[in-house]
Design a protein. Structure first.
Length: 134
């Protein structure tokens, strides 16, 4: 299976799991249909994105820490879709509600109150959809 096929298959573990220094502990949740459709429409962009993701996984952070950092970045950049995605993936990798809440609290001092409340609502939306935390 090629790297691109992984985008359109059953969404298995990332191919990067075989790279030294890459920590993968769980299966990623199925991506939204729009994401899958985009990857089929633009396979070269999808492949480039996969390479960027793989490169970012190499290093000392375990997958759980990586997921918390990605959630913090998504919150900090106020990307609603990215926050939703980051919450789904964080939960799949064992991040608890308390850890997600602390990430939101840490961001509040930088973001300010209105942005923090918006991010809080996005996190709660995703958790309410059924993403159960450990």
């Amino acid at each position: 299976m090629s790297r691109l096929d992984c985008l359109n298959a059953e969404w298995p573990l990332r191919p990067a799991a075989a790279l030294p220094g890459v920590h993968v502990m769980a299966k990623l949740p199925k991506p939204p249909d729009t994401f899958v459709e985009f990857t089929r429409q633009f396979p070269q962009i999808a492949e480039a994105w996969r390479l960027v993701q793989d490169a970012g996984q190499v290093g000392p952070f375990d997958e759980k820490t990586q997921r918390l950092v990605k959630l913090a970045v998504a919150i900090g950049t106020m990307r609603e879709g990215s926050v939703h995605s980051a919450v789904r993936k964080a939960v799949a990798f064992g991040v608890t509600k308390e850890e997600i809440d602390q990430t939101l609290a840490l961001a509040a001092g930088t973001l300010g109150f209105p942005a923090s409340v918006a991010a809080f609502s996005w996190v709660r939306d995703e958790l309410a959809k059924g993403a159960e935390t450990p």
